[in-house]
Design a binder for this molecule. Structure first.
Ligand SMILES: N[C@@H](CCC(=O)N[C@@H](CS)C(=O)NCC(=O)O)C(=O)O
Length: 261
């Protein structure tokens, strides 16, 4: 029995849905609505005391952290190899995944101002949001949410976040030189960054990898968008409705992206 505690748009949840889909693993959905604060309810904290999604439960064993979960999925289930057998390539894959994890804060800041805060405000008043911010699972999220509600995430900070995303994408452009995937064969490295890029594209930031600016990243994103696992993983519905469109963002239609690629 495999259960995944996840949320439709959570980039880390998309990572794990992609890995499960690539492996063809059947799983049960346990939906944690981050806009209803399900992640902070005692019944979920009993599963993941960190109060974050995703969490995978396999035969009663809980595994947390998307990169760790994906390594587990890669090792525990038959099917496509998601970790290279070559130790050096495996090391390169982990280095790249770590760089993506380190880049998460920058994505979270851009996401906060354009998507999360506007969507939360449609459901809750600022008083509730201020209170919930205090209960967020870690210092980074507590600070991000409380400053967002107070309107304290300013353009200079967002500019810094964009610069750090540019640096990660520069690294990706160089890494992709031999291709076709990040470490040669398709691996968890590709899965670790694709959901970040889907989010950036929903935020209207796909100019970061236009064909002229970063041609290899452009071609790589077109190729990964065609993978059925990617399409399934990014298409999980917003179970409380509204999607990205509710706050004026576009969900890049996956099939259209495929046709364009
Ligand atoms: N390092 C963690 C990060 C998980 C994470 O930050 N999850 C976000 C959604 S993408 C979350 O659950 N946030 C809860 C909150 O904002 O209260 C992982 O890779 O799984």
């Amino acid at each position: 029995m495999i259960e995944l505690y996840h949320f439709w748009s959570s980039v880390c949840s998309v990572r794990v849905r992609m890995a499960l889909e690539e492996k063809g693993v059947a799983w049960q959905s346990r939906y944690i609505d981050l806009f209803k604060f399900d992640q902070l309810k005692p019944e979920y904290l009993a599963i993941n005391p960190a109060g974050m999604v995703p969490a995978l439960v396999h035969d009663g064993e809980v595994i947390c952290e998307s990169a760790v979960i994906n390594e587990y999925i890669a090792a525990a289930f038959p099917g496509i190899d998601l970790v290279p057998r070559n130790p050096l390539k495996a090391a390169r894959m982990r280095e790249f995944t770590k760089a993506c994890d380190d880049g998460f804060d920058a994505i979270a800041k851009l996401t906060m101002v354009r998507y999360i805060l506007p969507k939360l405000r449609k459901r809750w008043g600022d008083e509730v949001l201020r209170e919930q911010a205090r209960h967020r699972p870690n210092r980074f999220l507590q600070d991000l949410h409380s400053r967002a509600v107070r309107g304290e995430i300013h353009e200079d900070e967002l500019q810094e976040a964009r610069a750090s995303i540019e640096a990660l994408l520069d690294r990706l452009e160089i890494t992709l030189k031999p291709g076709p995937w990040i470490v040669g064969d398709f691996s968890l490295a590709d899965i670790s960054i694709a959901p970040f890029m889907f989010r950036l594209s929903a935020l209207g930031q796909d100019g970061f990898w236009s064909a002229t600016k970063r041609p290899r990243v452009h071609a790589w994103y077109a190729a990964i968008s065609k993978r059925p696992a990617f399409q399934v993983a990014v298409s999980w519905p917003d179970e409380s409705g509204g999607g990205y469109e509710e706050v004026g963002l576009k969900t890049t239609p996956v099939l259209e992206a495929t046709a364009a690629g």
